[in-house]
Design a protein around this ligand. Structure first.
Ligand code: NAD
Length: 362
């Protein structure tokens, strides 16, 4: 039976990347019933918002979506359209696998780790008080009244809430993922030596959850040390479990380790809904040029195939992508030795090459 999946082409370079990805997903032979939904900067005139309610309803109904990037237009009331989508659908876990494929532009060749980032809490909660406002003054006065350290009157304030509930479910997600995908170790990463009541809570809850999974190893690193360890010995790590802000930073570090944004896939998951998307944004300056790399979105599609229990198709797609990368011919400019390499191909030609590999191996 065909999988009913919400398909959001997105804006900027999104539509061309989405089209290339749709073609390779169908090239695996898996049947899809695409529920195409418009979102992004280009639909604001039509719907009054970049994130129309029918898009959210479609994802809620289908349970699975794949999306191109969405630009956050200035002045629409959104801090980020993508963050709003994650909040609306309670997609509390961000999954960013970082794996090296032979032939990518990376200094490393043996990385295979997964970043699991909490998506809702921490400094991303969006609770902020602008310097000089009456609300900021009230918050400062209150805080100065209940503790000894004095906050300067001319401060801006951002709040970092982290709960047992939010931490428990992201920690369980990381361990369940490790178990489901045959991973051996979960490493929690924080700055708990300094932020004892938030990051310290994160460690305490993660340790409790770890006790429920005695088949998975558990350890902890402080985030500054982890940055150094990842640069020096990335092969030592398996699943990294992080609060929101460190997760954001280390996902990009991970993408850099394995060849950059062009090959960095991702997924945002909740208990009932999963949305697959590349790590990168809408790269508006390249819009409509058939130029940017579709592999990050194709690899996100590969993750979606696994989520849909199409493991065989996912393996075949991954091998086809790996073969195209290893040959280094039908790849976009960012995967060539120099960015102005005249042999670089366009977005849709990468899809042609991946489909040819899928057919060769059929
Ligand atoms: P970006 O990722 O869109 O682009 C930064 C640069 O990275 C590009 O100029 C390009 O050089 C390179 N790049 C990105 N994707 C590439 C690809 N597939 N192949 C080759 N090179 C690639 O980041 P930005 O410019 O900071 O953001 C542009 C817009 O995208 C913003 O409105 C931002 O809010 C949005 N955004 C959306 C998402 C999402 O939809 N999940 C994620 C990040 C940013």
């Amino acid at each position: 039976m065909a999988h009913r999946v919400t398909f959001i082409p997105g804006d900027g370079v999104g539509p061309e990347l989405s089209e290339a990805t749709r073609r390779v997903l169908e090239g695996t032979g898996v049947q899809f019933d695409w529920d195409v939904q418009e979102a992004g900067a280009e639909v604001i005139d039509k719907y009054g918002t970049p994130l129309p309610e029918q898009v959210l309803n479609s994802i809620r109904g289908n349970g699975v979506a794949i999306k191109g990037p969405l630009t956050t237009p200035i002045g629409t009331g959104f801090r980020s359209v993508n963050v709003a989508l994650r909040k609306e659908l309670d997609l509390y876990a961000c999954l960013r696998p970082c794996k090296t494929y032979q032939g990518v532009r990376s200094r490393y060749d043996d990385i295979d780790l997964v970043v699991v980032r909490e998506n809702h809490e921490d400094l991303y909660a969006g609770i902020e008080f602008e310097q000089g406002t009456p609300d900021a003054a009230k918050v400062i006065e209150f805080l100065n009244g209940i503790q000894e350290k004095k906050i300067r009157d001319d401060s801006g304030i951002s709040i970092k809430p982290m709960s047992i509930t939010g931490t428990r479910r992201i920690a369980k997600f990381a361990f369940d993922y490790a178990r489901a995908y045959g991973r051996k170790k979960v490493t929690a990463v924080t700055k708990a030596n300094i932020m004892k009541h938030t990051d310290g809570l994160f460690y305490a809850v993660a340790r409790e959850v770890a006790k429920e999974y005695d088949d998975i190893e558990y350890d902890e690193y402080l985030v500054d040390n982890m940055c150094m360890q990842l640069v020096q010995k990335p092969e030592n790590f398996d699943v990294l479990l992080l609060p929101n802000l460190y997760g954001d930073i280390l996902s990009d570090l991970g993408a850099g380790l394995v060849g950059g944004l062009g090959v960095a896939p991702g997924a945002n998951l909740g208990d009932r809904v999963a949305v697959f998307e590349a790590t990168h944004g809408s790269a508006p300056k390249y819009k409509g040029q058939n130029k940017v790399n579709p592999m990050a979105m194709m690899l996100s599609g590969m993750l979606m195939l696994r989520h849909l229990d199409e493991g065989d198709a996912a393996d075949r797609l991954e091998r086809a992508l790996a073969a195209v990368i290893a040959e280094g011919e039908s790849v976009t400019y960012d995967m060539k030795p120099s960015r102005d390499d005249p042999t670089a191909v366009g977005t849709s030609q990468v899809a042609d090459a991946v489909i040819a590999k899928l057919e060769e191996r059929a």
